[in-house]
Design a protein around this ligand. Structure first.
Ligand code: PEP
Ligand code: MN
Length: 336
């Protein structure tokens, strides 16, 4: 952290800042320029920049060390590759996850899983506990939904992902699910993140609706700090002033995250756009930009879907898209 003092800052004020940062456990490196004195605070601890900004005589505080540790490429330069049921995310690999928004019935899941596995999909999605904006909307089948998901997935040799909403649900999820999904609305549920840091199963961490990339990565840091190194980040669109699409897909998050972090990043074009006809172009854009995978909503009968039918692909649309994506992935040197 660099502390730039005001040009008229007295020696006494400068000394007070030095004493303050030393007290916080940092070394102070002072450089007296013609106009300004600059103090470099060097240390391993975390300091709130605002505490220094408020000190007398301080003009500006510039953070130069990154807040990230375990998620950062400084800590681990090589890409993390996460393997679930033979599907790899990260490095030279892109993985596909597909399925309906929510588990409705055994037959619905059976039909969808069969069609998807015929396309070569090996990871099935389906929410059993749904975070709905309205308390009157379908809230998910709960444990029954997880059971259906597991049973159907086993039938077609698939792995499953589903959203865990609270700490008390974790044991249930460990029983049925291969990847525990943290939804956008829970990205900063720090108690949940801490508990998921203790498990040894992959976590798919969605970006919050209004989260900056830094906030999202700090949430991933919670998981790694707890000891869980298997974290897949998921860009699912952020809220902007645009209303035509459900959210705005931040494609630039892909190269930004990949530069900072070794963790894989996948894209959810379904929740990002909310519109079926936008899913294919956004999937292609994501893969072209180097995404480490996709999570796509597919329903055998979107018109009758209980949830998110408008953004769910028809199985035949998905099959076509997946074929095209495999071709495209080669151009960016990814195996898909
Ligand atoms: C989901 O994937 O089921 C979901 C609810 O997505 P998000 O948390 O990104 O809104
Ligand atoms: Mn959905």
């Amino acid at each position: 952290m660099l502390i730039v003092m005001q040009s008229n800052a007295t020696n006494e004020k400068i000394q007070k800042v030095i004493d303050f940062i030393k007290e916080k456990g940092f070394d102070a490196h002072v450089s007296k320029g013609a106009d300004h004195t600059v103090i470099g605070a060097v240390g391993r601890k975390v300091m709130d920049k605002r505490d220094i900004e408020l000190l007398d005589g301080v003009k500006e505080v510039i953070r130069i060390t990154s807040p990230y540790k375990l998620i950062s490429r400084v800590f681990k330069p090589e890409d993390t590759i996460i393997n679930v049921n033979g599907v790899k995310f990260g490095g030279g690999f892109s993985g596909m996850i597909a399925g309906p928004c929510t588990v409705e019935t055994y037959d619905q899941m059976d039909i969808t899983a069969k069609l998807l596995s015929e396309c070569g999909v090996k990871i099935l999605r389906g929410g059993a506990f749904k975070p709905r904006t309205s308390p009157y909307s379908f809230q998910g089948l709960g444990e029954e939904g997880l059971k259906i998901l597991r049973e159907v997935a086993d039938k077609y040799n698939m792995a499953v992902t589903s959203e865990v909403m609270e700490v008390s649900q974790i044991p249930l999820f460990l029983k049925y699910v291969d990847i525990l999904q943290v939804g956008a609305r829970n990205m900063q549920n720090f108690n949940l993140l801490k508990s998921l840091g203790e498990i040894r199963k992959p976590v798919l961490l969605k970006r919050g609706l209004s989260a900056t990339i830094e906030e999202w990565l700090m949430s991933a840091e919670y998981l790694l700090a707890g000891g869980n190194r298997e974290v897949i980040l998921c860009e699912r669109g952020i809220r902007t002033f645009e209303h035509i699409t459900r959210n705005t897909l931040d494609i630039s998050a892909i190269p930004v995250v990949q530069k900072i972090s070794h963790l894989p990043i996948v894209v959810d074009p379904s929740h990002a756009t909310g519109l079926r006809d936008k899913v294919a172009p956004m999937s292609k854009a994501a893969i072209a930009a180097g995404a480490d995978g996709l999570i796509i909503e597919v329903h055998h009968s979107p018109e009758t879907a209980v949830c998110d039918g408008a953004q769910s692909l028809y199985p035949e649309q998905f099959a076509e898209l997946y074929k095209e994506l495999k071709v495209l992935a080669k151009v960016v040197h990814k195996e898909f």
